[in-house]
Design a protein around this ligand. Structure first.
Ligand code: NAP
Length: 234
């Protein structure tokens, strides 16, 4: 039976490339995003809203029989008007709140929707795209308060989830991953001076994500991975 993978945030740059890469690798694809899509296996929903959990749960219950795992690609850094903070003065409750909603709560709600499907026999893989700048240990530059704080919160969520699901389902694995700097709507305003040899195409980034996903194991659960497969300190 063909295995399926759920891609959340499937209509962003990396999410879209991951979806293509998974199809090449032979998986059936389920997708969730806030974007419309006429595909039968797509759910269009505002996953930051609490009401979305029940809808996603029902939608997944009808489709998740052969689910191998989830790759959650949703993330937010700036909008058309505002960018990440350069200093403390620019930090505001509303921007932090928005960052937490998109970067953390969208991941929590999808995990809650899947929770009842994680049983003792389950070997589900969960991979959330995080960011190296969310590592507290790695932070040498400061700035980008809300993005860094919300990704650090996502990292703690992933650690907790790996422990809870790991107790219930010893074969499950739950990780966060830094995808590497990739041109996208999220990164474009910040990559003009970025070294070209450290800027990776969406297709290369997607290949790396699928490779890390396929290499996931219960022994390696509860960690933040670099796109080269090494572990980044939390
Ligand atoms: N690109 C990089 O250099 C880089 C580096 C480090 C980490 N990352 C992480 O990689 C992930 C993918 O980023 P990307 O580069 O592909 O960026 P992107 O093209 O801007 O995609 C962002 C994704 O997040 C979704 N999203 C944004 N705001 C949302 C909201 N309010 N509610 C629901 N969904 C929302 C978008 O949904 P729609 O498709 O519906 O718009 C899209 O799927 C993010 O978690 C990001 O933090 C990226």
């Amino acid at each position: 039976m063909q295995k399926s993978v759920l891609v959340v945030g499937s209509h962003g740059t990396i999410g879209n490339a991951v979806t293509k890469q998974l199809k090449i690798a032979g998986y059936e694809i389920l997708t969730i995003s806030r974007s419309q899509d006429s595909s039968l296996n797509h759910l269009n929903i505002a996953m930051t809203e609490p009401e979305s959990v029940e809808v996603m749960e029902q939608w997944l219950a009808e489709r998740a029989e052969n689910l191998a795992g989830v790759i959650h690609c949703v993330g937010f850094l700036h909008d058309e008007v505002r960018g990440p903070e350069k200093n403390l003065k620019q930090l505001s409750a509303d921007w932090l709140n928005l960052s937490m909603h998109v970067n953390v709560i969208s991941h929590i709600h999808v995990a809650q929707a899947l929770n009842s499907l994680v049983t003792q026999q389950s070997n589900l893989r969960w991979l959330s795209l995080s960011a190296k700048v969310g590592s507290i240990e790695d932070n040498g530059l400061g700035g980008w308060y809300s993005y860094r704080m919300s990704k650090a919160a996502l990292n703690m969520f992933i650690k907790n989830l790996s422990i809870e699901w790991g107790r219930r389902a010893a074969s499950s694995s739950v990780i966060a991953m830094h995808p590497g700097t990739t041109p996208s709507g999220l990164s474009d305003p910040f990559i003009q001076n970025w070294p070209k040899d450290k800027l990776y195409s969406p297709d290369l980034t997607a290949e790396r994500i699928v490779s890390v996903f396929e290499g996931m194991s219960p022994e390696g659960t509860g960690k933040l991975y670099h796109h080269d497969g090494s572990v980044i300190p939390w």
